[in-house]
Design a protein around this ligand. Sequence first.
Ligand code: NDP
Length: 265
Amino acid sequence: MKIDLTGHTAVVTGGTSGIGLATASLFLDAGANVAICGRDQGRLDDATAALTADHSDRPFLAVPCDVLDKDSVAKFTETTVEHFGGVDTLINNAGQARVSKYEDTSDEAWREELDLKFFSVLHPSRAFQPHLEKSDKAAIACTSSLIARQPEPHVVATSAARAGQLSLIHSMARELAPKNIRVNSILIGVVESAQWQRRYDALPDGKPAYDDWLKEQAVAKGIPLGRFGKPEEAARALFFLGTPLSSYTTGSTIDLSGGLSRHVG
Ligand code: NDP
């Protein structure tokens, strides 16, 4: 099946790296207008170079924006709508995990993590909603994590925050359905990305090669498929949820955990 998204505008938060970058690339492949954001100008420049090298003919925008800063998100929204005339898909992807256990997570760290997981969805969703309401293909797709349903002790605050975030996403799906905005999410186990590269880089000397280390991590985590996911595998699920390919789906999740998920239902 081929989908032509000419005239369709997709916004990807955290589109400068990993899953977000791969998602932006898929929307460009399908002919959509794409706007991405991230905080770091160097990463925005690198992503722009990578995406426009493959899609030089496609309308594309890269805007510096911190999704936790309401004014910054308002500006990103305004710039995108001025440029493309509207928005059809919002991919709420920006974020990162916090590695810490119950014993060593400070009050401040808890607040930061709850802030990130809630407002990375709330700020862009609220800002883009009036424009999504004008689309007949409106969809919000969020990158979430399996730990929302299956908490891991070494990421205690992220697990709890993801559970709350997933509850929010499901509530939004119910409330926005009458406005014809579908809201869904993907639940990732582990996907190769800059997050994992950073964890590898922080290891002391004497570490194995990166690919070997990834394989070791996958085995240690007991991932049934025996490997981490690739950003493009997560991107394909976000693309499905963010386009009319999933036109009768809202308030749902897609599992991308390589079989790591152990819960039923
Ligand atoms: P990357 O680190 O490769 O990408 C994260 C992206 O988010 C970057 O573009 C980063 O750019 C951006 N970002 C982070 N914080 C903000 C912010 N406050 N405002 C705007 N942009 C921001 O990681 P992944 O691709 O792995 O992560 C994508 C999403 O998937 C994240 O929400 C992550 O938590 C989630 N996830 C990933 C898993 C994995 O195994 N990879 C597992 C479960 C969930 P910049 O730093 O320049 O702002």
